[in-house]
Design a protein around this ligand. Structure first.
Ligand SMILES: NC(=O)c1ccc[n+]([C@@H]2O[C@H](COP(=O)([O-])OP(=O)(O)OC[C@H]3O[C@@H](n4cnc5c(N)ncnc54)[C@H](O)[C@@H]3O)[C@@H](O)[C@H]2O)c1
Length: 266
């Protein structure tokens, strides 16, 4: 038998990202904001990326007294060259930015399909591409891709989103295989419905697509397949992201950490 684990102590050590730079996309919004604050609380220097300048400003203010720092970086991820450049020098990359349109395929606007795929699949590819040289150079890196239960299951009327998330799962696994010899892990986290603006904004679209009143959408559409009948909070997702960046997850790569209240147990 080889030497025992080099982990510090038998209990979960506190996540310490002091001296590490973390880039979080979509950081002005629900899950991204929670991830940025969680990683900054662990001491990281967080580069918070979003196209929403006001949201980033509010985040930077909120992160003022944490162990690490939160630095706002206003960027539209459809500018793929800028996205790749922004990722240079990061130790931890959280690909989180996303958008949603609920609409049947035959009515789905092709330009929106293209934008969803650009922001949620092509931009993560370019960000990973930009981050890897530094990660490989130092022999350590953590890539966490915020996928979804929709990276593993489809739902009607979400063609672009489901296609992007299934693609992200494949990208994440490929990055895991290529990164392993260089000390770089790549994983997905896969929440079911999270209490964020992205979900609030789709209630009306879901009502229209399913032809039911908006007040029935939560119980009859969003939580229908979940054994646990509640939304998950952004902070719970951020904690899963933090785990994947911590010392006890160094052997976890190429996988998907599912936080779906039992949805995929069906
Ligand atoms: N909310 C949910 O129920 C849920 C469930 C599973 C997975 N997710 C995933 O979690 C991630 C975050 O979702 P959320 O619910 O926090 O959404 P949100 O709408 O609250 O935040 C998304 C953020 O992405 C940013 N963004 C969108 N397009 C951008 C672009 N072109 N350039 C830069 N920034 C851009 C938005 O400005 C926003 O701040 C997404 O990838 C989403 O698919 C969400």
């Amino acid at each position: 038998m080889t030497a025992r684990s080099a982990l510090p102590g038998s209990h979960a050590p506190t996540l310490d990202l002091g001296g590490r730079t973390a880039l979080v996309t979509g950081a002005a919004g629900g899950i991204g904001r929670a991830c940025a604050l969680r990683l900054a609380a662990a001491g990281a220097k967080v580069r918070a990326v979003d196209r929403d300048a006001a949201g980033l400003e509010a985040l930077a203010e909120q992160g003022r007294d944490l162990a690490g720092t939160v630095e706002a970086h206003v960027l539209d991820l459809t500018d793929l060259d800028d996205a790749e450049r922004a990722a240079a020098g990061t130790d931890v990359l959280v690909n989180n930015a996303g958008l949603q349109l609920v609409c049947p395929i035959e009515e789905f606007p092709p330009d929106v399909f293209h934008t969803v795929l650009t922001v949620m699949l092509e931009a993560p590819f370019r960000l990973i591409r930009g981050a890897l040289p530094h990660m490989y150079g130092q022999g350590w890196g953590r890539i966490v891709n915020v996928s979804s239960v929709h990276g593993l299951r489809a739902s009607a009327y979400k063609s672009a989103y489901v296609a992007a998330k299934h693609g992200l799962e494949g990208l994440s696994k490929t990055a895991a295989l290529e990164g392993a010899p260089h000390g770089v892990t790549s994983n997905c986290v896969n929440p079911a419905y999270v209490r964020t603006p992205l979900v609030e904004k789709q209630l009306a679209d879901q009502a229209r697509a399913h032809d039911i009143p908006e007040e029935r959408v939560l119980a009859e559409v969003l939580l229908q397949d979940s054994a646990l009948k509640r939304l998950i909070e952004p902070e719970e997702v951020a904690e899963a992201v933090a785990y994947l960046c911590g010392p006890h997850a160094s052997f976890v790569t190429g996988t998907s950490l599912v936080l779906d209240g039992g949805w995929t147990a069906h």
